[in-house]
Design a protein around this ligand. Sequence first.
Ligand SMILES: [Mg+2]
Length: 507
Amino acid sequence: MVSVLDPEAQLNALLGEVPTEIDVGRRHRVFCNRNLRMDTIEMIGFDMDYTLALYHQEKLEQLSIELTLRKMIENHGYPPEVLGLDFDPRRAIRGLMIDKQRGHVFKMDRHSHVGRCWHGSRKLTAEERRDTYRHGRIDFSSDDYAWIDTLFGLPEAVMFVALVDFLDRASGGAPVDYVKIVDDIRRSIDEAHADDTLKSVIKADLAGYIQKDDNLAETLHKLRSSGKKLFLLTNSAFDYTDHVMRFLLDGERKAYPSWRNYFDVVIVSGAKPAFFNERRPFVQIDPATRQPMSGEVKALSAGRIYQGGNVAAFEEMTHIRGEHVLYIGDHIYGDILRLRKQHMWRTAMVLQELDREIAVSDRLEGQIRDLELLDRRRRNLESEIDYQALRSKKLQRLLEDEAALAALSAGHRARLEEARRSTKASLDSLRDRLRMMTEEVESLEDSIERAYNPYWGSILREGNENSRFGEQVNDYADLYTSRVSNFLSYSPLRYFRAPRRPMPHEQ
Ligand SMILES: [Mg+2]
């Protein structure tokens, strides 16, 4: 495999270059956290699920919930009426944490402080939240917490919320083993995956479950035409990968009769993140029988299918070093974090939810501006109150100081008394205004957050901060965008530049 960009391909890319990127709306933009020059990227890798293949989330969730509940009834002793519970998909967003011991679900800000928190369908008060989580930071490695960080994981949280309500009611006040609920859900999902129930339903109705992106084939073609090598690295097994990829790409362009023609290397059952930190061997698969073939893999060739493998062997065989590889995935832990922390490959994260988040913020632009203005006014009012309160306290102290009063003339004493009265009056009216303004800010904040999600607000923000999830996207993904085909609007030689981020003292 060649390790430098083919000069002819580079020339073609240059001559064919049209600066279409000027008009890209926010929803179709690729955002940059860390400068990245696409002309230094020689190989682009893709994850499949939720990256190349975007699912119809609500329908997939319904299926996943139904199949999981059936396993819970069949194998784990849950009563059939759980099928009739209300499973509201809006109860879960990416980045939530399940507190298994207490039966709570919560969202954190970037300092890992617990923001809003629900027990079943009951929202905890600020006081309850403080009492529960004030002591120390959450130990994420502890078994007591389950982090919902993939779209596949959302149904778990949705089911957990409904089952907590159900079992709390059924127990009639006796303690409920919430840990068991999480574990039963987890086990049942694994069972639905292991016996292929879930994937066989999807395979039978690909168009029903997977969004077909009309620009995907062209995007991949454009990247290839600029001389970049493409590879697929998915954790899915070959059979499922083959079904999904055929649905997405076969027959889309004449020059690529099969989806496999778009990729120089195809790796299935990649076991990320183990792919990045263990030394599993590559094994070739016979596409006809879908069975592993014997013999050591010494080169990665186009047209063949590999499973397993590891990043070190991959780089040895492709002769392409880490900083020249861009990997596009959707999972912070599986796809992005390790690569970033160990300075291996450059990364782009597909954040399907971004599309909606941007649409909502566009729609609410006026309200968000009002809120900022109101919030600034409120801060000014607060500092005015601080000043007046200090003044009032000083006047009061003077009035209580008999020696000082005795030294003043009667006229001065009257003026002093008058100043204290007027300061107190203006303080009272300022405080009234602050109360009203705070109510206004809170109701505006509330209505904006409800527009994102009635229970959780935006996935990327919590209060005035980035959410913990938003901060991770910020920290670990070099680029992020809502779908792979958004790259179509950009030159394959694009220099993605991160915006300058001022520190508070610079603003
Ligand atoms: Mg994925």
